[in-house]
Design a protein around this ligand. Structure first.
Ligand code: NA7
Length: 566
């Protein structure tokens, strides 16, 4: 594939940039895709709306943010030199450290020169006659490209509830997902936090340390377990670095891209004493208690046993029984909404300056200049923090107007929920790929492992197309339908679809309720993706370089070319 950096005259007389590959987003996926594109000789550009690299980690910088995957594993594996050089300071990485790491990667591999910051993509149109995408930028510019990789992230489109009067609030309004870059001073302030997912739960204890008061508005309590984050010792870092290759290989073939020991039996095969000991051990280690037994995510009775253990822990920590009661009113199976890792969350409810308001019973109805009104009371505030999450998994993709073959719009195609082939490609959208898209393990995995697998899969495909003179590739509707059925069937065997979670799109009014990630595990998923390749890219149709509009004969030629490459 010849490098094609150039500009050419667009119809309106402006010059349009011409590229082999446009990558949307300079987060972990976009950075790696740029690195891989260069490796295979593609002329690529990354377009990033933020003022720096890092994606979610650039925007989402609320105080107390700790990632729920160990530092050693929440990192790239593609460069043994990088993993030897970089020093993580804590077992779970904090946001500033993840961001520094990604900034370091961008510099170390000289990626910045091909990244356009402060540039938002608003749409992309497939030009069938040219076999190219025209990527539309918010500033009115366009880029013509053969391939497009949407590295837009799963948790990158923050959402705040529409509450009457929010614009009239005289204090400061913040969102955890678009946190200011400068430190926010809470000293002496009356702070309100709306939301008790990971963001609210991790923010509260930090804010409570200096604020005059914090009022936490809770609609649904999360299940949170202690992170027990700690500094890494030189010895354990040396040990991991000495065995990193094997560790990476293990994560790639694990269920979740992490190295927690696999559960071996049903909770009902263990005696009550044995269960208790195992739960306590996980709690003390800061490991997800949902991984203790095989049936926790599939059998409600098994799940209840684990949930009751955690509720018992909450009651032990929280001294006020009324608060403990509110904090244990989860109405969904444990683990079906993402388990939260916290530092001192439940202890914080023993402080005098912290209030817990149940907005399930007494919802927030309006906001005025002074604060928040529920159906029951008024709360005076100086700072209001929305920890209300994201339009997850599909939000950033559908925020753009993506138009594929014959004018098919992604927004219309996904009106009843996302449909993809393998979570990485969409029928009718040739040469366009989704990094950690819906229908792939994405948010149910250590996302670095999933990102690397997708980017390497795309890059192998681009190289394959170069080597076989193929111009376009698109998933078939049949292959996509089969994959969507599989994703749904796997989810239906679990308790996940029973919760009103963001995995289901349930946190966004009007969003279709469809379980979006593939729950079959990253190891199995990798195997499926690899088999698709060894089967000659089963489920994809290629078009050779010289024929942009395939007829049956050219499609057969493409198939034969592909088969010959096996
Ligand atoms: P989450 O997990 O989606 O949590 C959002 C929270 O905001 C959740 O507790 C919601 O309650 C609450 N919420 C949303 N709208 C309202 C209104 N109108 N009133 C009261 N409460 C509301 O987002 P996070 O940012 O914490 O975490 C997202 C992921 O990022 C997380 O899973 C980690 O993977 C990292 P609800 O449950 O809907 O009743």
């Amino acid at each position: 594939m010849a490098s094609s950096t150039a500009t050419r005259d667009a119809p309106d007389g402006d010059s349009a940039l011409v590229k082999d590959l446009v990558i949307v987003g300079a987060g972990p996926a976009g950075l790696y895709q740029l690195y891989k594109a260069r490796e295979i000789g593609l002329d690529a550009v990354v377009v990033e709306r933020g003022g720096g690299v890092g994606g979610t980690w650039y925007w989402n910088r609320y105080p107390g943010l700790v990632v729920d995957a160990p530092s050693f594993d929440y990192s790239y594996s593609f460069s043994p030199e990088l993993e030897q050089e970089w020093e993580w300071s804590t077992w779970y990485p904090s946001q500033p450290e993840v961001l520094s790491y990604l900034e370091h990667v961008a510099e170390r591999f000289d990626l910045l020169k091909d990244i356009r910051l402060n540039t938002a993509v608003v749409g992309a149109q497939w030009q069938a006659d040219e076999g190219r995408w025209v990527v539309e930028l918010a500033d009115g510019g366009t880029i013509s490209t053969r391939f497009c990789v949407m590295a837009t992230g799963c948790l990158s489109e923050p959402r705040a509830p529409e509450i009457d009067g929010v614009d009239t609030f005289a204090g400061r309004v913040l969102h955890t997902g678009t946190w200011p870059h400068e430190a926010v001073d809470f000293a002496g302030k009356r702070v309100g936090i709306v939301g008790t997912g990971s963001s609210g739960v991790q923010t509260l204890p930090v804010v409570a340390q200096t604020a005059a008061s914090v009022t936490l508005f809770q609609r649904t309590p999360g299940f949170s377990v202690p992170a027990r984050n700690r500094p890494l010792t030189e010895e354990e870092t040396a040990e991991v670095k000495a065995t990193y290759r094997a560790r990476r290989e293990q994560t790639r073939h694990s269920p979740g891209g992490l190295l927690f020991p696999p559960a071996e039996k049903s909770v009902f095969e263990a005696t009550p004493e044995e269960r208790q000991a195992r739960f306590e051990r996980y709690w003390e280690l800061g490991w997800p208690v949902t991984l203790t037994y095989t049936d926790v995510s599939t059998d409600k009775a098994a799940n209840d046993i684990v949930a009751d253990f955690v509720r018992g822990k909450i009651r032990e920590i929280v001294q006020d029984p009324e608060r403990a009661d509110l904090l244990t009113r989860q109405d969904y199976p444990i683990g079906t909404k993402r388990i939260i890792l916290d530092t001192n969350y439940y202890d914080t409810f023993n402080r005098d300056n912290v209030d817990l308001v149940d907005v399930r019973t007494t919802p927030i109805v309006s906001i005025d200049a002074d604060g928040v009104n529920t159906t029951d009371a008024h709360y005076d505030l100086d700072i209001l923090i929305f920890a209300t999450g994201f339009d997850a998994i599909t939000g950033a993709l559908l925020a753009m107007d993506i138009v594929g073959e014959q004018g098919v719009r992604l927004r219309d195609e996904w009106a009843a929920g996302p449909r993809t082939y393998l979570g990485l490609s969409v029928a009718h959208f040739p040469n366009l790929f989704l990094a950690t898209g819906p229908g792939s393990p994405s948010v149910i995995s250590n996302v670095f492992v999933s990102i690397e697998q997708h980017i390497e899969w795309f890059s192998d495909l681009f190289a394959h197309m170069r080597d076989h003179n193929l111009a376009t590739v698109v998933a078939t509707v049949d292959a996509q339908d089969d994959w969507v059925s599989k994703v749904n069937a796997v989810a239906a065997r679990t308790l996940y679809p029973t919760a009103a979670s963001w995995y289901m799109g349930a946190n966004v009014p009007g969003k279709p309720r469809v379980f979006m990630p593939f729950l079959g595990g990253v190891g199995n998923y990798r195997k499926i993706c690899d088999e698709v390749v060894t089967d000659g890219y089963r489920g994809f149709v290629f078009e050779p370089l010289d024929a942009q509009v395939p007829d049956e004969a050219t499609a057969r030629v493409a198939d034969a070319t592909t088969a010959a490459a096996r």
